[in-house]
Design a protein around this ligand. Structure first.
Ligand SMILES: Nc1ncnc2c1ncn2[C@@H]1O[C@H](COP(=O)(O)OP(=O)(O)OP(=O)(O)O)[C@@H](O)[C@H]1O
Length: 318
């Protein structure tokens, strides 16, 4: 498979196409052949444990980090050679900025927005109108507040606004909701929905919050051991790892729990056999969290087995 062969049915070039991406820090190979495609308008959730290489991958895609090997195309260009026009089409939300403490929210966005003016196009006016942007991220009430006086959650919204001010076609969000309260998180999720609906923004996000990934991402990839080990919707991943669902119900007032492959068939049979004696029916499918934890556990135990085999091999040679 080569990068250029990865085209969706409508023939459009993917927004991100990565083939056999490798990254080495000194003797340590962090990425060991990553293949990844992201299509226009898609929200991709990139998951993986601490140190899996998510930030490294994102930084390579953003053109902030040089890869060791592999093919990478982002918005039609190799990020290592992306020019200013290419860069203006990409939005990045990093961990919080701490500069410009005395500037107001409006001043900072105005200032950063000016950079994008030369890159305005007929179908994508740049920069974002600051008033509209403030409404979009829910910071209208803080427009004149110095950035140093924002709360943690407001600060994070400003980070998102900074990522959006150039009206990007592709937005990278690295752990966007760290430090959000539940309401802020909910509002942020709504914002992501608006971005993809209204602006057709393609989004690549990393998060350790699996419920968030399940909610926001059209597709999820899991990075483990330097490779993508799973790629699909949350439901598809659940099917791959743990096909069994849990069916709970009462029969004549007594609780029963069954773990079954075919939940629908099982429920149909229950009603056929016991009719109205069945009550309180619940079907619980494996959540993305169950799937993720199973994959990480299997990977870790595989690694332990490999290490043990290597040790035994070394012992035999000695
Ligand atoms: N500049 C660097 N030099 C050397 N090693 C690095 C460098 N940057 C990252 N690493 C190492 O590469 C590995 C992957 O790091 P990376 O930050 O990409 O992981 P991550 O999946 O984003 O982790 P987290 O979930 O903790 O943010 C880690 O072992 C890290 O220590």
């Amino acid at each position: 498979m080569t990068v250029s062969s990865e085209r969706p049915p409508n023939g459009a070039e993917p927004v991100v196409a990565v083939h056999d991406l490798r990254m080495r820090y000194g003797p340590t190979e962090v990425l060991r052949g990553v293949d990844l495609v992201v299509h226009r308008g898609e929200v991709l959730g990139l998951l993986g444990p601490n140190g899996a290489g998510k930030t490294t991958t994102i930084e390579i895609l953003e053109g902030f980090r040089r890869r060791s090997a592999g093919e990478v195309r982002v918005l039609g260009a190799d990020p290592e050679h992306g020019d200013e026009t290419w860069r203006a089409r990409i939005g990045v939300v990093l961990q919080s900025w701490r500069d410009h403490a005395r500037w107001s929210v409006r001043e900072l966005l105005d200032h950063l927005g000016r950079y994008y003016l030369p890159y305005s196009t007929a179908d994508r006016q740049r920069p974002y109108e600051v008033a509209d942007l403030l409404t979009l991220v829910g910071l209208t009430g803080q427009a004149d507040t110095p950035t140093a006086r924002l709360s943690g959650g407001q600060r994070r919204r400003l980070d998102v606004a900074i990522g959006l001010v150039g009206r990007p076609e592709l937005l990278f969000l690295d752990e966007p909701t760290v430090g959000f309260d539940p309401q802020g998180r909910q509002e942020f999720h709504d914002l992501v929905g608006r971005l993809t609906e209204r602006e057709e923004t393609t989004i690549v996000l990393t998060t350790h919050d699996l419920a968030e990934a399940e909610k926001l991402a059209d597709r999820i990839v899991i990075l483990l051991g330097g490779r993508i080990v799973a790629d699909g919707t949350a439901a598809q991943l659940a099917g791959q790892v743990a096909g069994r669902a849990e069916v709970r119900y009462t029969r004549d007032g007594e609780w029963n729990v069954h773990s079954v492959e075919d939940a629908t068939g099982h429920v149909r049979e229950l009603f056929a056999r016991y009719g109205t004696a069945i009550g309180d029916l619940e079907v619980r499918r494996p959540s993305l969290e169950d799937v993720y934890l199973t994959m990480v556990r299997d990977f870790e135990s595989g690694r332990r087995t490999e290490a043990a085999a290597e040790l035994t091999g070394a012992g035999a040679e000695a």
